[in-house]
Design a protein around this ligand. Structure first.
Ligand code: ADP
Length: 392
C-alpha cells in the first residue's frame, strides 16, 4: 500500500510518499509560498530533483499540483493508488491520544481545539480539506504531535494556576514533537535489544524547535514543552523557560503589548536572541573564532538541556539511555559533549569522545552506566506507519 504523508503549514505543504511493504520512501517534496505572488515546488523522485515556479493560490491548488507531480512523473497512474493520506496535526488536545481515521466528527474536534494551536491546527485542516475535495474517497488519518504525551500524569501536566483555567479553558501541559519522541524511543529499544515497555529514556529532540521527554516503560511521563511549544529548552528563536513575570516587567517598562511580546518570545529569542542567529552551525563556527555572544548562546543552550536531564533523572529513577535526535542532536558532537560533561559521578553518564566525534549511533564510553544514543528521527515514516496501521 502507498501512504502519502502531508505536513501542511500556513503557506506550504510538505509531502512524502511511502511504500509500506518495504517502508521505503518513494518520493518527497515541498510546495511553498502558497498564496504568494509566486509559489515554489520542489520534488525528488528516483534520483531526480525537479524545481518549478508557479502561482499557487490555495492549499487546494497545492494538492492539485501534488497530484499532477505524482502522475506526470509516473509515480502513480491515478490518485486512487494512494491507500491513505496521513496528516501531521499539531494539537490533539485531550481528545486524541492515538492516531485516528478522519471523519466529520474528527474535523470538528480538530477545529474545536484550534484556539490552543491557532497557527497550526487551522492550516493542518486546510490540508485535510484539500485532499477531501481532491479525492473524497481516499481515507485520511490524523497523527497528532501531542498524542504520545497523553500518558503524562495529572500532577505533571497541571500548572499551579487557578484550577478553573484547566477545567474551563483547557490550560495544561500538552507537549509536542510526540511522534519524534516515540519514534526514537522505539528505535532506541531496538538498538538496546529490549522491548520498549522495559525501557526508561530521556529523549532530546534538538532542532530549531527543541524538547526533552522523560519516557518511563515506553510511555511519556513528562516533557518540556507545555500548553504551547514555547516552554522548556532554549530553541532557535524561542526562549523556552523564563520567569513569566518578565513579560509583565517588559510590558510596564517598554510599553510592549501582548502581540509584540508573543513575537519576541517566539521569534526573537533563544539562540537568535542572544547571538543573532539560530543556525547552530554558524554559532559553532563563530565560537571557534572567539565570538563571545556565540559562546554564551551555546553555553545557555547546553546548560538548559543539562538541567532537564537532571530533573528527568529524578522523575524516572533510573535511565537506560539518553537519546539525541533532531538536526542538532544528530549532528552536533559539540552540543552532545557539553551536555554530557561532568555527569559521570552522579548520573553514570560518560561520553566516548572518539565515537561522539564520528557521529556513531552509540556514543557512550564502555564504563558509562547510561547508554548514549544518536538516532536520526523520521517523523514522516512514523506518521506513515501509524496511518497504515489505522487503515489496514
Ligand atoms: P527543524 O526543527 O526546523 O526541523 P532541524 O531538526 O533541521 O530543524 O535542525 C536545525 C538545526 O540543526 C539548525 O540549528 C542547524 O544549524 C542544526 N544543524 C544541522 N546540521 C548540523 C551540523 N552538521 N552540525 C551542527 N548543527 C547542525
Amino acid at each position: 500500500m502507498k501512504i502519502l504523508v502531508l505536513n501542511s503549514g500556513s503557506s506550504s505543504i510538505k509531502f512524502q510518499l511511502f511504500k509500506m511493504e518495504s517502508e521505503e520512501s518513494i518520493c518527497r517534496g515541498i510546495i511553498e509560498q502558497i498564496g504568494e505572488e509566486l509559489g515554489h515546488v520542489k520534488f525528488e523522485y528516483a534520483g531526480k530533483s525537479i524545481k518549478k515556479e508557479v502561482k499557487i493560490p490555495s492549499h487546494q491548488d497545492g494538492t492539485e499540483i501534488l497530484e499532477s507531480l505524482l502522475i506526470d512523473n509516473g509515480v502513480i497512474k491515478s490518485f486512487d493508488e494512494i491507500g491513505a493520506v496521513g496528516h501531521r496535526v499539531v494539537h490533539g488536545g485531550e481528545y486524541f491520544s492515538e492516531p485516528i481515521v478522519i471523519d466529520k466528527d474528527v474535523i470538528r474536534k480538530i477545529e474545536e481545539i484550534s484556539p490552543l494551536a491557532p497557527l497550526h491546527n487551522p492550516v493542518n485542516l486546510m490540508g485535510i480539506r484539500a485532499i477531501l475535495s481532491l479525492s473524497p474517497k481516499t481515507r485520511q488519518v490524523a497523527v497528532f504531535d501531542t498524542a504520545f504525551h497523553q500518558t503524562i500524569p495529572k500532577h505533571a501536566y497541571t500548572y499551579a494556576l487557578p484550577y478553573s483555567f484547566y477545567r474551563e479553558n483547557f490550560v495544561r501541559r500538552y507537549g509536542f514533537h510526540g511522534t519524534s519522541h516515540y519514534y526514537v524511543s522505539k528505535m532506541g529499544a531496538k538498538i538496546l535489544g529490549e522491548s520498549l515497555e522495559n525501557c526508561n529514556f530521556i529523549t532530546l529532540h534538538l532542532g530549531n524547535g527543541a524538547s526533552a521527554c522523560a519516557v518511563k516503560n515506553g510511555k511519556s511521563v513528562d516533557t518540556s514543552m507545555g500548553l504551547t511549544p514555547l516552554e522548556g529548552l532554549v530553541m532557535g528563536t524561542r526562549s523556552g523557560d523564563v520567569d513569566p513575570a518578565i513579560i509583565f516587567y517588559l510590558s510596564r517598562e517598554l510599553g510592549l503589548n501582548i502581540k509584540e511580546l508573543d513575537s519576541i518570545l517566539n521569534k526573537k529569542s533563544g539562540l537568535k536572541g542572544i547571538c543573532g542567529t539560530n543556525d547552530l552551525r554558524e554559532i559553532q563556527t563563530r565560537v571557534e573564532e572567539g565570538d563571545e555572544l556565540a559562546k554564551l548562546a551555546l553555553e545557555i543552550f547546553c546548560y538548559r538541556i543539562k538541567k532537564y536531564i537532571g530533573s528527568y533523572f529524578a522523575v524516572l529513577g533510573s535511565v537506560d539511555a539518553i537519546i539525541f535526535t533532531g538536526g542538532i542532536g544528530e549532528h552536533s558532537n559539540i552540543v552532545r559533549e557539553k551536555v554530557c560533561k561532568n555527569l559521570k559521578e552522579t548520573f553514570g553518564i560518560e561520553i566516548d569522545p572518539e565515537k561522539n566525534s564520528q557521529n556513531e549511533s552509540l556514543i557512550n564510553s564502555s564504563g558509562s552506566k547510561v547508554k548514549l544514543l544518536v538516532i536520526p528521527t523520521n517523523e514522516e515514516l512514523e506518521i506513515a506507519k501509524q496511518t497504515f496501521r489505522m487503515v489496514r
